[in-house]
Write a protein that binds this ligand. Structure first.
Ligand code: KG4
Ligand code: ZN
Length: 339
């Protein structure tokens, strides 16, 4: 069964063709990073306009790369929630149109569940129950997972998402957008013990996260407690200072993520840990999680680097399981900003 997946929930326009939920025939992602970098973050209106320009060429390329004709596609799966409403609408409208014109099923996909599924597209199936961490620019959430379609959320961030903190701290350190990869690189040359940044909710019994205090602590450390926008703009940090702050910030985020994920896995008697989302590309997070889960006798499933950030392969992949379960959307399908 060949499924065309479409993803446009944030700033990436993506399309992919996946066979039987796992065999990647093509995966095309058109990133808007360079455009949003000028603003230091994603501008929703700009993202929507770009999706409109990109959506058809990206779908056409995904079909070309897969060697499929449109009439060989068995179903169309699309991210319908959560995300930027205007951005989601472009993908949903394209998917509805294709489903109607080709007379094939339309499947609405939850983007966060698809991030979890991304971790088991290229590996053996994880043993269930699993503890899943979705860690991205918009979300930081924990789930107890019992199958590709069975996820019970048990915790989430109470303020900023981890990726959002990476992006904001990168902005303070003038490392550019997106912040995650820039901080990951800068941290490699820093001393992770130079500053002891706060690790919010580390020892709390619940499964929630908080990253906004950490971002403020970095701001105060770099520019003092009365930091103004002007001071932020005028700042000119020494590269060694930047590397140390990046390393210590990353250390604090990873400490919290690994600790809370592993504790939650233990509490829910999970056999495996699944990690997906853009921040799952972080080198320290990957290394620490593999060390910690090994110590605890848990198997770890992390999305391969190409499937960490937003993509449509995970949408088409999960779409296959939804289709098999009998799920169908119709022309009344609407984009929804929340999950
Ligand atoms: O999953 P994603 O592409 O989009 C959302 O659904 O949000 O995640 C994007 C986020 C951004 O905040 C970006 O800075 C972060 O993932 N990211 C990273 C790394 N690569 C991307 N964060 C930390 N380390 C990385 N290597
Ligand atoms: Zn995402």
């Amino acid at each position: 069964m060949k499924i065309l997946g479409i993803e446009s929930s944030c700033d990436d326009t993506a399309a992919a063709v996946v066979e039987d939920g796992r065999k990647l025939l093509s995966s095309v992602v058109s990133s808007q990073e360079d455009i949003h970098a000028a603003f230091g973050g994603i501008v929703p209106e700009v993202a929507c306009r770009k999706h409109i320009e990109n959506i058809l060429p990206v779908i056409e390329k995904s079909l070309r790369d897969s060697g499929m004709r449109l009439d060989e596609i068995d179903a169309v799966a699309v991210t319908a929630r959560p995300g930027l409403i205007g951005a989601l609408l472009i993908g949903v409208t394209a998917a509805k149109t294709l489903s109607w014109a080709l007379d094939v099923p339309l499947i609405d996909v939850n983007h966060l569940h698809a991030h979890i599924y991304g971790a088991w597209m290229s590996d053996a199936y994880p043993q269930m129950p699993a503890l899943s961490l979705v860690v991205s620019g918009g979300h930081t959430s924990l789930y107890v997972t019992k199958g590709p379609l069975q996820h019970r959320q048990i915790g989430s961030t109470v303020d900023d998402a981890a990726g959002e903190a990476f992006d904001k701290v990168s902005n303070i350190l003038k490392l550019g957008f997106p912040g995650g990869p820039a901080i990951d690189r800068a941290a490699a040359g820093g001393n992770p013990k130079a500053v002891n940044f706060p690790r919010a909710l580390l020892n709390s019994e619940n499964n929630n996260f908080s990253f906004s205090g950490l971002k403020t602590a970095v701001l105060y450390h770099c520019l003092g407690q009365n930091a103004s926008r002007e001071a932020m703009e005028a700042a000119n940090f020494d590269p060694a200072f930047v590397a140390d702050v990046a390393a210590c910030f990353q250390e604090a985020v990873v400490d919290v993520l690994v600790n809370k994920t592993c504790k939650a896995a233990q509490r829910s008697n999970a056999a495996s840990v699944i990690v997906g989302g853009g921040v799952a590309a972080n080198s320290l997070l990957r290394a620490r999680l593999s060390e910690e889960t090994k110590n605890m006798g848990l198997s770890l499933f992390m999305a391969p680097m190409s499937l960490c950030r937003d993509n449509a392969a995970m949408i088409a992949g999960l779409g296959f399981h939804l289709l098999k379960s009998g799920r169908r959307a119709d022309m009344s399908l609407e984009a929804e900003p929340s999950a």
